[in-house]
Design a binder for this molecule. Sequence first.
Ligand SMILES: Cc1ncc(COP(=O)(O)O)c(C=O)c1O
Length: 510
Amino acid sequence: MIDTGRNAALAGRPEGLEQLRTLVDFALGALHDASLKRGGPVVAGGPGAAAAAMGRFLDGGAFLAESPSPRRVTELFEAYAAGATDLAHPAAVSRMQCAPTAASVAAELLAAALNQSLHSWESGPFALHLERRLIAEMASWAGFGAGASGTLTPGGSISNLMGLLVAREHALRESGEVSRSGLTGLRVGPRILCSAAAHFSVARAAGFLGLGRDAVVPVPVDDLGRMRVAEARRVLDRFGLDELPLALVATAGTTDRGSFDPLPELADLAAERDVWLHVDAAYGIGALFSPSLAPLLTGLDRADSVAFDLHKFGWTPASSSVLLVRDEQHLRCLDQQAVYLNPADDEAAGFTALLGTSMQTTRRSDAFKMAASLLTLGREGMGAWVDRCHGLARYAAARITAGTDLDLLAEPLLSTVIFRCRPPARGVADENAWNAAVRRTLMARGRALVARTKVAGPDGEPRVHLKLVFLNPATTEAEIDELLADIAAVARELAEAGPDEGGNGSTYGD
Ligand SMILES: Cc1ncc(COP(=O)(O)O)c(C=O)c1O
């Protein structure tokens, strides 16, 4: 007998809604219990404990077992919640991964239940209009006019890829349509300029687009981590006749320091040299909502394309990212007519969709949860939360400076704080390994999730630093004090224990 009710109801049917209600109720309970039991941002025990939890859950069984077992679904909920990272925990400060608003999570549930898509009109008529309107509104945030367009994407990396895809079509238009004819026979070497602090997705995009990672020319940064415009100009001047600058990528909010490249000067340079200006504001878009930080984005309206995420500042579940173009004509290279999806006569009759602005075919409605967060918070609320995160970063930096255990790299620019553990007077064998081990120990004990990065020291050698990323406006100053005290205590403990005997001398007991 086909079971479409008791065990395996479809969410959209009445019996499915009943089942959904029961399951959601259970899931919320599991979330609550998990956060009480965990007692920290992640379960203690590190990778071994996480793998063991998975092993315990499956216990030799399989997901596609012969007979169905609805009970296993609720057990999976419990195990997943118990083993998850709690992004709302004040010591979860390692990633640009926000805790989402309750409204956006509810919208995500509804979106999943309805499973709308943007690739054909009948796949989700309201979702289509919602995305169009949201994109138009986001384009106006960037200062773009009515001729702008864009598309929602699975993340900042893909938004950057799409920005550079569009730039590639534009820059190489005289060689024909690259998306049709390919790059073979190209007589010029395309180049992409970005700051040395730009996100790695820029170089990956160059690789994906057939330009090669070596096409990316990193431009040195100043002591605030911003691209040096004079250096960018020098790089452009030095290009030979067989080199074609395809795009200038400015970062508005770099991943480590939160630095903003000087957009007005870079826009001038791009205009002067007729080069596409793409702005990666994946992280820095938060500044836009804050009246005091918004000037950091002055000049954004002069970009040809802009990428930003609302799954960082925006408090919306991933994926919530957008690629905007100032002139909708530039998305033409994504045009697609598929006889089974959007035949011309259907389109002429108004049954249009968004297949031709995306790299995807079936595509979920991310606009829904984004709209839910924006409606819940409003511009004022978004700005207040961004300001709060900025303030928390500044507070943490001030406490680091006032203490004796940690060394601050520089004043925070947005909501990240970079520092290093200060070695005790008798020193440690390897400061890089020691700092790295502090992070791993905190993680393995389930105490705190802190990021790491490398920053060049006075001798130019990259040195391991630790990083805090504040995206949780509910965090308190007292919780930051506790976090910093924890980091310092673990650092002292590992310094006293010294490097592991028998290893390579650079692992500190983690
Ligand atoms: C500046 C910048 N650009 C792009 C990205 C990539 O974003 P995503 O992880 O959404 O792909 C990040 C991620 O941290 C980032 O910091």
